[in-house]
Design a binder for this molecule. Structure first.
Ligand SMILES: Cc1cc2nc3c(=O)[nH]c(=O)nc-3n(C[C@H](O)[C@H](O)[C@H](O)COP(=O)(O)OP(=O)(O)OC[C@H]3O[C@@H](n4cnc5c(N)ncnc54)[C@H](O)[C@@H]3O)c2cc1C
Length: 439
């Protein structure tokens, strides 16, 4: 991924003109980053509308860890307003001495492959909760919470944005940063379809203490693949306070944590008495323990340490490929355009993709070249779709490795053998980080 460079922002011919009125829908990572990148530039008048409230609620400060490419952090440090930077630094977890790593296991605890690309090794584990908090610094002047977007109408002067409460707002540019279920996308591209993988992932946090840190099966990230089931394990370590209390009742957003995500076809849950969305956090934890009964005891002891109240359930739907559309004055960003990268849990790349889009769109809008807005958007959208779907494809290939190539016991065995042979050729020879306990 080549991070967009900032283009010249010298005063343009139209610098005396009225600022461009930009409305952003969605205060997730992507929307907030775009608003912050445009903040303070008097060529823009930015307002961001978020349906959730500032405090509380799953759409707010929730989240686990996201993997952010090093170049992306450098670009953000260069271009975000200075008052955002202290909290941005605090969101970046302690980097393991040998960098990030990824190791694959079968459910019995046998390593099938340990291979980490240089980019992934250099990436940083960032707390989504803290990153979002950083991006909210100074946002009182441009964010309106509790405002749900409903639809828009193109007019001769721009766009009229219509909210659920009936309010209408005029703007020159509407940006849909409203996540995977984007209503802006549904209106802009009514034929853009999404596919249901029929897989549900249950995420939990676990306390990070010196003891639980030793339970990390290998390095900083593990992918455990069983037939038709998977589990990921990773962590975020607060640079200011490395360890938290060993409390299974609650965890604060600030605390360091281990996390796991257990994937399985939704109709193959052990607990068939109700839909996952209707299960209590404790029932979801029991489900994870029940489906891993014959797994290696270390994986099960990790599940036993999960904090029920931290649960987050994700039904994996992926965005089918979108072709560039005729650009005008409505555009998309992040998961609203290409949600596969984030919805499959393996690479944690959704936020990097959304940040990439925000940087690119801000650069193009700020550039002093003066083509019509639609031409600038066409340039942005072409790159955004190419880049976003390329990351999405990588994420999807891991999903296929887990579920398509692990359809039954026999296929899973073949997959594991294949990975083990590949490991002989490309796998890391020296164990990085902690070796698997007992091996
Ligand atoms: C609660 C949550 C937790 C996550 N945790 C992780 C994680 O741990 N690791 C990881 O890799 N990825 C995680 N992700 C995904 C990751 O944050 C995104 O893939 C990535 O940041 C892309 O961001 P985005 O801004 O495009 O979309 P999102 O982060 O999904 O943000 C979209 C925002 O739009 C708002 N919105 C939606 N519809 C409307 C509407 N009609 N009107 C107004 N506002 C609306 C939503 O409330 C949300 O705040 C999480 C996403 C969410 C929502």
């Amino acid at each position: 991924m080549s991070i967009p460079h900032s283009e010249s922002t010298a005063a343009s011919e139209d610098s005396h003109e009225k600022p461009l009125r930009v409305v952003i829908i969605g205060g997730g990572i992507g929307g907030l980053a775009l608003a912050q990148l445009l903040r303070g530039d008097d060529k823009f008048q930015v307002t961001l509308y978020e349906r959730g409230e500032l405090e509380g609620g799953q759409s707010q400060l929730a989240g686990f860890r996201i993997m952010v490419a090093l170049e992306m952090l450098t670009a953000l440090r260069d271009r975000l307003p200075k008052d955002v930077l202290p909290l941005l630094e605090e969101s970046i977890g302690v980097q393991p001495s040998s960098g990030q790593s990824l190791c694959m296991f079968n459910e019995k605890g046998k390593i099938t492959m340990k291979y980490t690309t240089p980019d992934f090794r250099a990436a940083r584990s960032v707390s989504r909760w803290k990153l979002r908090k950083a991006l909210l610094v100074g946002s009182e002047s441009f964010v309106k919470f509790g405002k749900e977007f409903e639809s828009y109408k193109s007019t001769t002067n721009g766009v009229t944005v219509i909210f659920k409460d009936g309010e209408r707002v005029e703007c020159d540019l509407l940006v849909g940063a409203d996540g995977a279920g984007s209503k802006v996308r549904k209106q802009l591209l009514p034929k853009a379809s999404r596919s249901d993988t029929k897989v549900t992932v249950i995420y939990f946090k676990m306390p990070l203490t010196p003891e639980t840190e030793c339970m990390m099966p290998y390095g900083s990230g593990c992918l455990i693949m069983a037939p038709r089931r998977s589990m990921i394990v990773s962590s975020w370590k607060n640079p200011k306070k490395h360890y938290g209390p060993d409390d299974l009742k609650k965890i604060d957003g600030d605390e360091s944590f281990l996390m796991c995500g257990l994937g399985c076809y939704t109709n193959e849950f052990v607990n068939q008495t109700k839909h996952p969305d209707d299960m209590t956090p404790e029932e979801l934890k029991d489900e994870c323990l029940a489906r891993t009964q014959h797994w290696h005891p270390l994986f099960r002891s990790l599940i036993a340490k999960t904090i029920p109240e931290s649960v987050f359930v994700s039904h994996i739907k992926t965005q089918d490929r979108i072709s560039p559309w005729k650009s005008s004055n409505v555009t998309l960003l992040g998961d609203a355009a290409h949600s596969t990268a984030s919805m499959t849990p393996y690479l944690g790349k959704g936020a990097t993709s959304a940040l990439f889009d925000a940087l690119q769109l801000a650069n193009i809008l700020k550039s002093d070249s003066n083509p019509p807005l639609s031409a600038k958007l066409a340039r942005y959208e072409g790159n955004m779709l190419k880049q976003g779907f390329s990351v999405a494809d990588k994420s999807m290939s891991v999903h296929k490795l887990v579920f398509n190539m692990g359809k039954n016991r026999m296929m899973a065995k073949c997959r594991d053998r294949f990975l083990s042979s590949l490991d002989v050729v490309v796998g890391e020879k020296e164990p990085k980080g902690k070796p698997f306990p007992g091996k």
